[in-house]
Design a protein around this ligand. Structure first.
Ligand code: GLN
Length: 273
């Protein structure tokens, strides 16, 4: 007979993580867990908790064990088919929304949407927007579409590699904003074999090259799909801002700038046509 107190103290995880996993295994909230911490718990649920605790000790990300992660105030379902939404990426959404503020019924494209966190958050903040989102991974698009449905966001999902996903759309759509959080970790970056990244889809993390391959493709292709005055904003690595600004300058973008995340790192760069 195990109690919440014993399981939490004995599982070898930080208190908050142990509580979150036990709450999920039992289907209860924090208040219940604290109020009933001396009660013998049902064996089946204890077994589920002990399995999750072992997997967590072995390094599986909390978001995959819980099956969800909060982003822009919404609960997104996640699986190992998609990158776990990061708080840093909220800056990309907020910046896109700022640009769209003066535009009625804007048309927005999210390239490589993964869980759909960016596209769905924009669609929920701007119900008048027409939002399209692409991904090369059919498994990721299924997660994204399920998130859009569950959260009540109108997003159209298109399978394919970057702008190729738009081929066949006639007449060719043009966008007020294109946003992307592409894979930007260089193939040789040792972080790929550390922490949560070991469990996330490599397709979402690395271009298997210098880290700028996807960003280059996105910048080069943008002109064909943006309206005059349209914006392109991309997330990138902590040391890539100057290079991404150079790419934007070379592609003829104006008012090119980078913005810092909460950690003070230049995390996104963008410009306007
Ligand atoms: N921000 C992620 C990380 O460094 C990477 C996400 C990405 O490549 N787009 O953990």
């Amino acid at each position: 007979m195990a109690t919440a107190r014993e399981l939490i103290a004995g599982c070898g995880l930080p208190l908050l993580e142990a509580r979150m996993l036990l709450e999920r295994a039992l289907g209860v909230g924090r208040a219940w867990l604290i109020a009933h911490d001396d009660e013998a718990l049902p064996g089946d649920q204890v077994t589920v908790f002990l399995d999750w605790a072992r997997r967590r000790r072995d390094g599986e990300p909390m978001a995959y064990l819980l099956g969800e992660r909060e982003f822009m105030g919404h609960d997104f379902q996640v699986s190992p088919a998609v990158l776990i939404p990061r708080p840093d990426t909220e800056l990309l959404v907020e910046t896109a929304l700022e640009h769209l503020r003066g535009i009625a019924a804007p048309r927005v494209l999210d390239l490589g949407t993964g869980s759909g966190a960016i596209a769905v958050s924009i669609a929920l903040a701007r119900p008048d927007a027409a939002v399209e989102a692409t991904d090369l991974s059919a498994d990721a698009l299924a997660v994204a579409a399920a998130n859009a449905r569950r959260l009540g966001a109108a997003v159209a999902f298109l399978p394919g590699d970057w702008y190729e996903a738009l081929n066949g759309a006639a007449p060719a759509p043009t966008y007020d904003a294109i946003v992307s959080n592409p894979p930007y970790i260089a193939a040789a970056d040792p972080h790929l074999s550390q922490g949560d990244l070991r469990h996330e889809p490599p397709l979402a993390l690395t271009d298997r090259a210098d880290g700028l391959a996807a960003l280059r493709q996105i910048v080069r292709g943008a002109r064909a799909w943006l309206k005059p005055g349209g914006a392109l904003w991309m997330e990138h690595g902590w040391d890539q801002a100057a290079q991404v600004r150079d790419l934007l300058d070379a592609a003829g973008f104006v008012r090119v700038e980078s913005r810092r995340d909460l950690a003070g790192i230049e995390r996104i760069s963008g410009g306007y046509l």
